[in-house]
Design a protein around this ligand. Structure first.
Ligand code: T46
Length: 136
C-alpha cells in the first residue's frame, strides 16, 4: 500500500490520572503542520471522503467514537478501524479514501500539511485511476 500507514502514538500518564498524547510536526506527525480540522455530529449512516489529494499529506485521528477508513492507492486497498485517539492513519498524496461506520460520538480530526485548496482534490474515481496509470 503506497502512501498510507497506521501510526501508534505514545501515551503519557496512567489509569489514575488519565493520559496525554502530544502530536508535534516532524515527530509523531511526519510533516510540517499547516492546518487542523475535524468533523463531528456526522450521521451514523453517512459516508464521507470519496476523493484523493494531489499533494496534501494528512494524519487522521479519531478522538472519540469510531470510524472506518478505506484507503485505495489504485492497486491495493486497506481498511483501518479507528476507535482510539492513540492511533492515526497517515494519508499521503494519491490515496483515495472513504470514511463510514460513524458513531454518535465520532470526532475525526485531521492534521494536514497545507491549507484548504479545492484544486488539490481529485473527486472523480475515473480521473484518479487515469492519474495512477499515468504515473506507472
Ligand atoms: C479529507 C477527509 C479526511 C473547507 O472549507 N475547509 C477545509 O479545511 C476542509 C477540509 C473542507 N472545507 C469545505 C469543503 C467542502 O465544501 O468543507 C466542505 C466539506 O468538505 P469535504 O466534503 O471535502 O469533507 P470530507 O469529510 O469528505 O473530507 C474531509 C477533507 O475535506 C479531506 O481533505 O481528506 O476529510
Amino acid at each position: 500500500m503506497k502512501n498510507c500507514y497506521l501510526i501508534n502514538f505514545d501515551e503519557i500518564g496512567n489509569d489514575e490520572n488519565g493520559y496525554l498524547i502530544a502530536l508535534e510536526e516532524n515527530k509523531q506527525i511526519p510533516f510540517d503542520i499547516k492546518r487542523v480540522y475535524y468533523t463531528h455530529r456526522v450521521p451514523c449512516d453517512s459516508k464521507r471522503g470519496f476523493h484523493a489529494h494531489h499533494n496534501l499529506e494528512q494524519v487522521l485521528v479519531c478522538l472519540s467514537g469510531k470510524v472506518i477508513m478505506k484507503c485505495f492507492d489504485g492497486s491495493d486497498e486497506i481498511e483501518y478501524s479507528l476507535d482510539s485517539p492513540n492511533k492515526g492513519v497517515y494519508i499521503g498524496p494519491m490515496v483515495w479514501h472513504e470514511m463510514y461506520g460513524y458513531t454518535e460520538e465520532t470526532v475525526l480530526m485531521a492534521v494536514a500539511s497545507d491549507l484548504y485548496k479545492e484544486v488539490d482534490y481529485i473527486r472523480s474515481m475515473d480521473l484518479f485511476m487515469e492519474l495512477v496509470n499515468d504515473e506507472k
